[in-house]
Design a protein around this ligand. Structure first.
Ligand SMILES: Cc1cc2nc3c(=O)[nH]c(=O)nc-3n(C[C@H](O)[C@H](O)[C@H](O)COP(=O)(O)OP(=O)(O)OC[C@H]3O[C@@H](n4cnc5c(N)ncnc54)[C@H](O)[C@@H]3O)c2cc1C
Length: 476
């Protein structure tokens, strides 16, 4: 039953970080906007992904770092206080309550309709909830910002074994005595370290030959070494073949392609994501439900006439990261305003084109050691046909690194495009490297020539001096 019909300039489906940002930019540009949300305003990132996982990791890395500094090490005598860690995490997730984000929407003059949003035609969305149905129509644009959800691989018995997905791990109230993590990607590695530090016996099973396999090869090797040093059983190049939970919610046993089966109290599936696009009415506008939404650089969905349907964030599959989705959202929101005024700038690197998606996506893995990378790995650059050269340097050999922690272990690599003499990629592994990453992102996005980068002098004695050593190693 339709109880309400309303018209806005822009309708955004999904109030995660990307949906909020599209609506904010559209509203700032003078358009009216409404957000449709079926769960909590703030999305996966605020309640089940980035914020809780980083809140859980921070005490773990803080303790690990203190233990690597003689003098400080002696002050760290007890175990991590698990209850305090969970309590701090709960503060960051506002106890899974979204009133502060709703206040933010109100302050930004963005309307909110709660319920499940579905496209029902061109520029038309229906929202259903326990209170009935709201029919929304858009004068200019509809933006899909519905995010992604965990993909559970088709391993026999796995679904029946009631596995954890990242949400269960990031909102956990108890630490399982034994945890097996299926997947050695970003979420799998981060959460494996959390639960190991909080007291679980942890096993990671990864099908690829390395952890974090899409990064430079030394990343997975250094991380596996660090994981093993804290007692994580890392099994790479091993596939999970079967899963079974013993009667009455007992232990889970995973049968592996190689080696003995693993038994644990919980199995965490962190084996990739799929788009949350299967129940949003894509078929009503001629698109296939359940797929990543293919977009152009203005974030307009390809194959839809008239440039009125957009997709930002995880839903378009370009980069499953909050900051990159928010970048797309700013581009998209500004672009919708510009299109409404007839002055969209379609040139690369304009304010209306998400050009950085193709060349400079930064990402941090908040493990100990941290991993921070932007742009292309050596393998990817070579595969793309670039004439490149990689230069490596051990961060422990930089004064700032050795001061940061005794026996500092870490490595940096830059990938240089030999034809243009600019950086196309950079990777850092080591404690405290996440804050180095933006310098590399600026260098890649700015296409700063190596000869000019030479004049960017890093302070002494900081870890950033690795920049100088890398350029010297290159031959400057
Ligand atoms: C464990 C974990 C840790 C992560 N850590 C980081 C990190 O540290 N840094 C980082 O950059 N990224 C991180 N990510 C990735 C990050 O969470 C996502 O990239 C980000 O949340 C995507 O934002 P989004 O707005 O596209 O989607 P989401 O945050 O998923 O928001 C989508 C919203 O849409 C709503 N919705 C969906 N369908 C409908 C519908 N039909 N009607 C109404 N509402 C709907 C959902 O309820 C949700 O609120 C992590 C992911 C995981 C799983």
């Amino acid at each position: 039953m339709t109880v309400n019909a309303r018209e806005f300039d822009v309708i955004v489906i999904g109030a995660g970080p990307t949906g909020e940002n599209v609506a904010a930019r559209a509203t700032k540009g003078g358009l009216s906007s409404v957000i449709v949300e079926s769960e909590l305003v703030g999305g996966e990132c605020s309640y089940w992904a980035c914020m809780p996982s980083k809140a859980l990791l921070r005490p773990v890395t803080a303790v690990a770092e203190a233990k690597r500094v003689a003098g400080a090490r002696e002050a760290v005598t007890g175990a991590i206080d698990v209850a305090a860690v969970f309590e701090r995490r709960d503060r960051f997730t506002h106890n899974w309550e979204d009133s502060s984000q709703v206040d933010w929407l109100n302050g930004a003059h963005i309307d909110l309709v709660r319920g499940q949003g579905r496209l029902v035609g061109k520029k038309k969305v229906e929202v259903s909830s326990g209170d009935g149905t709201v029919a929304l129509s858009a004068r200019h644009a509809v933006v899909i910002a519905t995010g992604s959800e965990p993909a559970v691989p088709p391993v026999p018995g796995l679904r029946a074994a009631k596995p954890w997905v990242p949400r269960d791990a990031t909102s956990a109230k108890k630490v399982p005595p034994a945890l097996v993590v299926l997947g050695g990607g970003v979420a799998g590695c981060e959460l494996a370290q959390v639960f190991r530090a909080l007291g679980s016996q942890v096993t990671i099973v990864e099908m690829a030959t390395r952890l974090l396999v899409s990064h430079e090869p030394f990343v997975g090797d250094l991380l596996a070494e660090a994981m093993r040093a804290i007692g994580v059983d890392v099994r790479v190049g091993v596939a999970v073949k079967s899963a079974a939970r013993s009667n009455g919610g007992g232990k889970v046993t995973l049968g592996l392609g190689e080696g003995a089966p693993v038994e644990a109290d919980e199995v965490l599936v962190a084996a990739g994501r799929r788009p949350r696009t299967h129940d949003i009415g894509l078929e009503a506008v001629g698109l296939e439900p359940g797929n990543w939404l293919d977009v152009d650089d203005a974030l307009a969905v390809k194959g839809v006439e008239g440039d009125w349907l957009y997709a930002v964030g995880d839903a378009n599959g370009r980069a499953l990261l909050t900051h990159q989705g928010k970048y797309q959202a700013r581009i998209c929101g500004d672009g919708i305003v510009a299109r409404a005024k007839g002055n969209l700038d379609g040139s690369a690197w304009s304010k209306h084109q998400a050009t950085a998606d193709h060349v400079a996506v930064p990402g941090v893995v908040f493990t100990d050691p941290e991993v921070a990378a932007v742009g292309l790995s050596l393998a990817k650059a070579t595969e793309d046909g670039l004439r490149v050269r990689a230069v490596d340097f051990k961060i422990g050999d930089v004064a700032g690194g050795s001061l940061y922690g005794d026996g500092y272990t870490g490595c940096a690599r830059v990938v240089v495009d030999e034809d243009r003499r600019v950086l196309v990629g950079a990777t850092f592994v080591g404690a405290g490297v996440s804050e180095l990453l933006h310098s590399a992102t600026v260098a890649v996005v700015g296409e700063v020539p190596l000869e000019r980068l030479w004049h960017a002098v890093p302070s002494y004695p900081t870890i950033s001096e690795v920049w100088l050593r890398l350029l010297e190693a290159y031959g400057l």
